[in-house]
Each structure stands twice: as structure tokens, then as C-alpha cells.
Ligand binder design. Structure first.
Ligand code: IPM
Ligand code: MG
Length: 359
């Protein structure tokens, strides 16, 4: 039976990059027996404009029915003044929590062809291959109570709650340890256990879990040190597991080690490998609609979708090697351009990947 893929292009560069991933999926349908049905929905600012909400009811319904979701990006200047409850980002957060997509996998992998595109020295980053496992449906992003209140003094006070229960820590921990078993068998758990009780518990639970994975070496690191170590000696990391907010920050940092955030895919999975797939970057409103954005992170996100939710590891590998091949051909969008290479547009880059797969 064909699997259902929901496309949510979203805002900014979202539509143009998702269009390239769709071209790739289409060629896999016609040449490589990929059996999927694609439908499209509205999310983010696009959802707000059309239906008054960043996550329209129809989109949530379609997302529940889908086997996998491919999302572009949400947000933009146009919606920045809206109340926080209907900002485009709420569409994304609503999908994550509504579908219980608690495990966010963000690989930071350096394509050898791009070693020069990183702002770090090539010897520091060459061979880099880190997997950040970020908890995505808990922590301070979702903790209650939250809000802005007025104190008796008349002064306003903003507050959020950083909370994790043992079961939430365990389930993301298992994802990290299991991923490490398929990689270099190292997990670094990142916390702020010297200050925050919630992460003292995080550390304790991770330490307990490690006993179930005797082959995996577990280390712990405070988040400030982890931020430093990522730029000092990033190759010391294999799998990094951390909470929602620390993972948000560290994954942006890790992405720059690879040259450009325009190269990094991500997967957000539930307990049954249903997933939402999106590039790690944002909606880049400054270059939206100009055919300048790098579509490779979205194409690589489609590859992760093939692997985790559509049961087609074979096609995931094909797409990943096609991406490598277009880099070998010297094709570069602006964000990864260096002298001597051929500068291409969003659609040319997408077409180049399609051409490799159509061969
Ligand atoms: C991300 C983004 C989101 C987050 C925003 C857009 C809500 O930065 O996916 O990393 O903070 O999780
Ligand atoms: Mg982020």
C-alpha cells in the first residue's frame, strides 16, 4: 500500500526548497519504485494567512493521517508582531507536541568536498560526523506554568518552567544509546547539572540507562563547556544527547562546523518512527523567492524520511550519494560557494540531484 507523505512548505524559502525535494521524490517514484502519495498542507505564516492559525485544524488532521511529513520552514518578518500564541513557530511546536515527535535527530556531517566552506580550519572539521539527539516535546519549551505576569509592585515579570520527568529523559536516552550502537558507541549527555536540579535528574537517569548499554561509553558535559568543545575539538563527539533548548542552540552551532546550515537535515520521530522531516535551517525571509537558497538540507531530509519512516534505506543511500555527486561536480549554491566552483540556483541544484538519480 502506498504511504502517505504530507508536504508542508510553510514560509519564506520553504516552498522553493520543498519543491526541489518533491522533484527528487518524483523521480524515485517513476524510476525506483517508490510508492508514496503526496498531499500538501498549510502551516506557519501561510496557515495563519489562510485560516487564521499557524496550525489549521485541517493540517493537524492530515498530519495525523500521514506516515511522514516533509516541512520546509516557518516564520518571517511579516508575522513577527503577532501575538506569541499565533506566531508561525507555534505551528511547528504544535505539530511536534501534537504528534509526540519527541526525538529530534540532527546530524552534523561534513561532506569532504566542503571542508573549505567551514569557518573553522579544515583539520579541525575534516571527517566530522556528529549526531545531536535533541529532546523535542518537553523541557522549557513546553513547561508549565509560563507567561508574563504583573507583580504587586506593578512591574511585569516573564517566567517559564524547565521540567523533565524521568520517563521523558529515559525515552530520549534510549534513542541516543541505540543510535550510538550503530555508530561509534559514544554518547555525550549535555546538561547544566551544576546549577539546575532538572538536569541533575537528567544526568542521574542517563547514568542509570548506560548500564543497559555496556558497549556504549557515556560521558557528561556541562552545556557551556559543550559549546566550547564543539568549536575547539568537535571530532571528540559521536552522539550528543540533550534537552530541548540546549539542543536547539548546540545544533545551530554544530551546523556551522559543516560549512553551512544549508546542508543539514533533521528528523523528528515518535515512538513508532512516524516522523516529520525538515531542514535544520529557518525560513530565511531575506532571500525568499529569489531562487538562491540551498535545497540540499531539504533533499537530505527527504532521504532521512525514506530511511526512518518509509522503509527505503536503499533509496536514502541513493539520494545521499547523489548529493555527494553534485558536490563532486563542483555545483554550489551561494552559502557553500568557494572560488573555482560553479554557482547554481536553488532549482538548478535540485535538478542536478534529479539528473543523477535519473541516470
Ligand atoms: C529549530 C527552530 C525552532 C526551535 C523554532 C523555529 C521554534 O529554531 O527547529 O531549531 O526553536 O525549535
Ligand atoms: Mg533552532
Amino acid at each position: 500500500m502506498s504511504k502517505k507523505v504530507l508536504l508542508l512548505p510553510g514560509d519564506g524559502i520553504g516552498p522553493e526548497i520543498v519543491a526541489q525535494a518533491v522533484k527528487v521524490l518524483d523521480v524515485l517514484k517513476s524510476n525506483h519504485g517508490l510508492d508514496i502519495e503526496m498531499t500538501e498542507g498549510l502551516v506557519g505564516g501561510a496557515g495563519y494567512d489562510a485560516a487564521g492559525h499557524p496550525l489549521p485544524e485541517a493540517t493537524m488532521q492530515a498530519a495525523k493521517e500521514a506516515d511522514a511529513i516533509l516541512l520546509g520552514a516557518v516564520g518571517g518578518y511579516k508575522w513577527e508582531a503577532l501575538d506569541i500564541s499565533v506566531r508561525p513557530e507555534k505551528g511547528l511546536l504544535g505539530l511536534r507536541s501534537g504528534l509526540q515527535l519527541f526525538a529530534n535527530l540532527r546530524p552534523a556531517f561534513l561532506y569532504p568536498q566542503l571542508a573549505d566552506a567551514s569557518t573553522l580550519k579544515p583539520e579541525v572539521v575534516s571527517g566530522l560526523d556528529i549526531l545531536i539527539v535533541r529532546e523535542l516535546t518537553g523541557g522549557i519549551y513546553f513547561g508549565q506554568p509560563r507567561g508574563i505576569r504583573t507583580l504587586d509592585s506593578g512591574e511585569r515579570q516573564g517566567y517559564n518552567t524547565y521540567v523533565y520527568s524521568e520517563s521523558e529523559i529515559k525515552r530520549i536516552g534510549h534513542v541516543a544509546f541505540q543510535a550510538a550502537m550503530k555508530r561509534n558507541k559514544k554518547v555525550c549527555s549535555v546538561d547544566k547539572a551544576n546549577v539546575l536540579e532538572v538536569t541533575e535528574l537528567w544526568r542521574e537517569v542517563m547514568t542509570g540507562l548506560a548500564k543497559e548499554y555496556p558497549e556504549v561509553e557515556l560521558s557528561h558535559m556541562y552545556v557551556d563547556n559543550a559549546a566550547m568543545q564543539l568549536v575547539r575539538n568537535p571530532k571528540q563527539f559521536d552522539v550528543v544527547v540533550t534537552g530541548n533548548m540546549f539542543g536547539d542552540i548546540l545544533s545551530d552551532e554544530a551546523s556551522m562546523l559543516t560549512g553551512s546550515i544549508g546542508m543539514l537535515p533533521s528528523a523528528s520521530l515518535d515512538a513508532n518512527n512516524k516522523g516529520m522531516y525538515e531542514p535544520s535551517h529557518g525560513s530565511a525571509p531575506d532571500i525568499a523567492g529569489k531562487n538562491l537558497a540551498n535545497p540540499l538540507a531539504t533533499i537530505l531530509s527527504a532521504a532521512m524520511m525514506l530511511r526512518y519512516s518509509l522503509g527505503r534505506e536503499d533509496l536514502a543511500l541513493k539520494v545521499e550519494s547523489a548529493v555527494s555527486e553534485v558536490l563532486d561536480q563542483g555545483l554550489r549554491t551561494g552559502d557553500i560557494y568557494s572560488e573555482g566552483m560553479t554557482k547554481v540556483s536553488t532549482s538548478e541544484m535540485g535538478q542536478a540531484v534529479v539528473n543523477v538519480l535519473a541516470k
